[in-house]
Design a protein around this ligand. Structure first.
Ligand code: UDP
Ligand code: MG
Length: 311
């Protein structure tokens, strides 16, 4: 077990201010695990001195590997690219900016050695982030939990350790819009949290612009929930029931004291609108199925097999 290889995967985008300090702390944390390790940086199209610094670090340390994108493809694809290159028996994904403390890595590795397949960082507190970010993040994770068909743990980011077999399953999923923490939850396996206080960025500014944040949030919901596709249908069904009740009330009223003709028209309008939305919902259900097929995820994932050697 002690000689099992660990891979640290780090996406990097315009991070010249933090890169060197970050490498020192990550390197020390990896060293303290006592395992052989590799560190894989993926430069996600930075145009500052990021590559210059990475070239220097890679020159001085042969276990540091670097892949550099031709342009900015986004954080989730940078992580995927690093994972594609990783050779380790366990992969650890971490942000370069030291918001996720690298000092937690040895503890994650210990948990992995005790048999946990996925160890994910769970933020108990966020330091140095704006009220806007804290509130939107908290609201989003709760919305996602409600929407998602799979339990995505609250307040978790991409800081996590994945056993090789989990990483291999993850890499079989080649969908374009990627949401790592959701995919990790979708895959299942034995997953345990490790609590931590999310630190302030060591240097530099956040690279997640509002636009990028919204895209990730959207990918998270659309990738793991068909609820948005069926909401219209549910609403339409509600309208149909409402117009049905209205019709009964109108008939009763017509038999007793008479009703204004426009009330019939209004009820008819609600019914037609309700039916239209119902059909939209039905279409949504089919679209959801097509979407699931197109994603081409594995049909199932086997975590363990007994007495199943090939004949
Ligand atoms: N990042 C990336 N590509 C991007 C945006 C960010 O590779 O387009 C990297 C970034 O360098 C960092 C990690 O993803 O290692 C998280 O980004 P950031 O710290 O800016 O996001 P925040 O923590 O503010 O949500
Ligand atoms: Mg950050």
């Amino acid at each position: 077990m002690e000689n099992k290889l660990l891979s640290l995967v780090i996406p990097v985008y315009f991070e010249q201010e933090v890169l060197e300090e970050s490498f020192d702390r990550m390197d020390a944390a990896m060293k303290s695990t006592g395992h052989p390790y590799e560190i894989i940086y993926v430069n996600d199209g930075s145009r500052d001195d990021t590559m210059k610094i990475l070239r220097k670090i890679a020159k001085e340390h042969d276990y540091v590997k670097v892949r550099s994108f031709s342009r900015n493809f986004g954080h989730q694809l940078a992580v995927t690219c690093g994972m594609d290159a990783a050779k380790g028996d366990a992969l650890i994904i971490i942000d370069v900016d030291l918001q996720d403390p690298p000092e937690l890595i040895p503890k994650m590795v210990e948990m992995w050695k005790e048999g946990v397949d996925v160890v994910y960082g769970q933020r108990q507190k966020r330091e140095g982030e704006t009220i806007f970010k804290k509130l939107t993040a908290a609201a989003y994770y709760r919305l996602l939990k409600w929407m998602s068909a799979y339990p995505i743990p609250l307040d978790t980011g991409d800081f996590r350790l994945l056993d090789r077999k989990v990483a291999d399953c993850f890499l079989k999923m080649r969908e374009q819009a990627r949401f790592l923490r959701g995919m990790s939850a979708w895959m299942g396996f034995e997953a345990k949290p490790i609590g931590y206080v999310r630190q302030e960025r060591a240097a530099g500014k956040t690279k997640y612009t509002l636009k990028k944040m919204l895209k990730l949030a959207f990918d998270g919901i659309t990738g793991f929930s068909s609820k948005p596709l069926t909401i219209a249908g549910k609403f339409g069904l509600g309208l149909c029931v409402l117009s049905g009740m209205g019709l009964i009330a109108l008939i009763v009223l017509a038999c007793t004291c008479g009703v204004a003709p426009w009330l019939w028209a209004l009820d008819g309008l609600v019914l037609v609108q309700g039916l239209t939305l119902c059909f939209l919902g039905i279409q949504g259900m089919y679209m959801g199925r097509i979407y699931d097929e197109v994603k081409g995820r594995p049909l199932y994932i086997v975590a363990e097999e007994l007495n199943m050697e090939s004949k």
